[in-house]
Design a protein around this ligand. Structure first.
Ligand code: HXC
Ligand code: NAP
Length: 285
């Protein structure tokens, strides 16, 4: 639950975090600041960003620039980059973390509802990636992308189908550019978190009535949710030069959740020792 990297591990780096004013983006950004980075946080709500930036700077003593931006709009992203360069002189890393999501049977979704999630998650991520990548290539600067996906990017999942489609696209983007843009010294990696409680995710994905029916904790072999600092440690490592040779990787941090759901017989943990004794007797008979 403690910070893992050496002091100043991100010193002199400027990192942009999309969705950096709330939830996991804020937790990762706060740790980047503690490690000496300059931070730019961006999302649609300027008031949320400004309050978060002031609190994060106060907590860490670091520099935080809040810039409002809807990542579905390419020109707004170019503005974030320009403001970043005016303030800090350069950009070293982009954490593509912003997302939109909610649960719904797919047949109940309007095409606009499908669009809204795919546009935030996939279009927003490739927009930011394209703008920052072009900037780094034009200026012959190295850069690091870190993209937040989730484990259903590869398994798929019912009831969050627009998000599953979009996160799968982000994973493909990560792996594709890890190869194509390595020649420019641009790395691309991803993290696939399992459940880490945040207000944004919990109110949309596990509202009380649903959480009563399916307790997300029960799906996790380690029987606990992730701590924000655990994710921040991994993100800081992948953003830092300590991971300079890691490129095209997606690191799962989910307490074993998705494999637990996939393994045919993992559900046998409900069988008690007495029942195993009975089964053994029957087998011996
Ligand atoms: C069905 C819905 C809906 C819902 C919105 N819509 N919510 N349909 N069920 N719960 C439909 C609307 O009816 C509308 O379609 C269209 O979607 C756009 O809705 P708006 O409310 O106008 O959109 P907007 O105000 O822009 O809000 C976007 C949003 C919202 C995605 C709907 O939830 C949001 O702002 N989210 C940002 C943060 C977020 O989602 N965080 C959670 C990430 S967690 P019509 O046809 O009526 O016009 C995450 C975790 C993954 O990704 C893994 C966990 C383990
Ligand atoms: P969150 O607090 O709701 O974060 C989502 C952020 O995205 C918000 O700050 C939101 O800010 C921003 N955003 C949404 N639409 C945007 C747009 N069009 N342009 C710019 N910013 C936009 O939820 P979270 O749980 O921290 O999620 C963060 C990331 O982790 C997401 O990628 C999510 O898929 C991933 N994840 C979370 C979990 C989990 O258990 N929490 C698990 C797996 C993966 P505005 O509303 O101000 O725009």
């Amino acid at each position: 639950m403690e910070g893992m990297l050496k002091e100043n591990a991100l010193r002199d780096k400027t990192i942009i975090v999309t969705g950096g004013g709330t939830g996991l983006g804020r937790a990762m950004g706060t740790y980047f600041l503690k490690l000496g980075a300059n931070l730019v946080i961006s999302s649609r709500k300027a008031d949320v960003l400004e309050a978060a930036a002031a609190e994060m700077a106060e907590e860490t003593g670091g520099k935080v620039l809040p810039v409002a931006c809807d990542i579905r709009e390419y020109d707004q992203i170019e503005n974030v980059l320009q403001r970043t360069i005016e303030e800090f002189g350069k950009v070293d890393g982009v954490l593509n973390n912003a997302a939109g999501n909610f649960i719904s049977p797919t047949e109940r979704l309007s095409h606009r509802a499908f669009d809204i999630v795919v546009d935030i998650v996939l279009r927003g991520t490739y927009n930011f990636t394209l703008a920052a990548g072009k900037h780094w290539i034009d200026n012959k600067q190295p850069g690091t992308f870190l993209n937040i996906v989730t484990t259903y990017a590869w398994t798929g999942s019912g009831y969050v189908v627009p998000s599953a489609c979009a996160k799968a696209g982000v994973l493909a983007l990560t792996r594709s550019l890890a190869s194509e843009w390595a020649k420019y010294n641009i790395r691309s990696n991803a993290i696939a978190p399992g459940p880490f409680p945040t207000e944004g995710a919990w109110k949309r994905l596990f509202p009380a009535d649903v959480a009563e029916q399916i307790d997300p904790m029960k799906r996790i072999p380690l029987k606990r949710f992730g701590e924000h600092q655990e994710l921040a440690n991994l993100a800081a490592y992948l953003m830092s030069d300590y991971s300079a040779y890691v490129n095209g990787e997606v690191v799962t941090i989910d307490g074993g959740e998705w494999l637990h759901g996939a393994g045919e017989f993992n559900g046998l943990e409900v069988i008690t020792p007495d029942m195993w004794d009975q089964l053994e007797k029957m087998r011996k008979k």
